[in-house]
Design a protein around this ligand. Structure first.
Ligand code: ZN
Length: 246
């Protein structure tokens, strides 16, 4: 008979520790202000019920889906996670994004995340896309795998236009072998799609059969280009190129 020693069974108190801490954090977290409005109590999930409702406005286009627009409550939730380190929001976002993936009927065999370069990962202490992706994988009951890595550090893209972003990230990602996998790639913010395109190319080059992308928030603004996920309101407006000609 083979034995499977388990640290958990050998030290029952070791398993209770994190669970107890988690419970305490949930109780205290419920008393903190909601990171999206700063007014109402956050509640057990980390976001107040009103902001939770307003944050989610999902959309789907081809192989890309998104949970909402990168402004208002969802913008503040993503920024609180990313820049203020409120990592307790990642499971909340991952659950909702996972629910959308289920709703549209996608059946990936593996979930991965857009990686940070290790120097930025070290500075921030975590990769928000990875935290969200891990929760999406749990929700879908498929494995999370860190398939991608950054082969070089790339400058921050915040103020770059799409063409500059494409140049910035071209060839910046590599994937471990991913033969025939149906990959669900997770990122926190979609701006021009340059990063997602570069990641998709790396995954396909590594043998992935299909790559779909689920992002938390789609950014509007000058960096967006025609053909990128729009908000429903602006989709009916006159395109920018047409307005300029008049
Ligand atoms: Zn709120």
């Amino acid at each position: 008979m083979r034995a499977f020693p388990s640290s958990r069974s050998a030290h029952p108190s070791g398993a209770a520790g994190p669970a107890l801490l988690g419970a305490i954090r949930r109780v205290l977290g419920g008393l903190l202000p909601c990171p999206a409005c700063g007014v109402r109590a956050a509640g057990a999930t980390g976001v107040c019920a009103t902001c939770a409702r307003r944050a989610v406005a999902p959309g789907l286009r081809g192989d890309r889906l998104w949970l909402g627009i990168y402004e208002g409550p969802l913008g503040r939730i993503v920024r609180a996670l990313k820049y203020r380190g409120v990592t307790g929001l990642a499971p909340w976002l991952g659950d909702r994004l996972g629910a959308e993936v289920v709703r549209v009927g996608w059946r990936p065999t593996v979930v991965c995340a857009v990686p940070l370069h290790r120097s930025r990962r070290r500075r921030r202490g975590f990769n928000q896309a990875e935290l969200i992706a891990r929760q999406v994988a749990r929700r879908l009951a498929v494995p999370y795998r860190p398939l991608l890595r950054r082969t070089r550090a790339t400058p921050q893209q915040t103020r770059m236009q799409r063409a500059a972003r494409l140049r910035n990230v071209r060839g910046a990602f590599a994937s471990v072998p991913a033969q025939e996998a149906s990959v669900l790639l997770i990122d926190d913010v979609w701006t021009t799609g340059a990063t997602a395109s570069a990641c998709r190319a790396a995954l396909l080059a590594a043998g992935a059969g299909r790559v779909r992308i689920a992002v938390v928030a789609v950014a509007r603004g000058p960096a967006s280009s025609p053909g990128e996920p729009p908000d429903r309101a602006s989709a009916s407006r006159t395109p920018t190129w047409l307005r300029k000609r008049r």
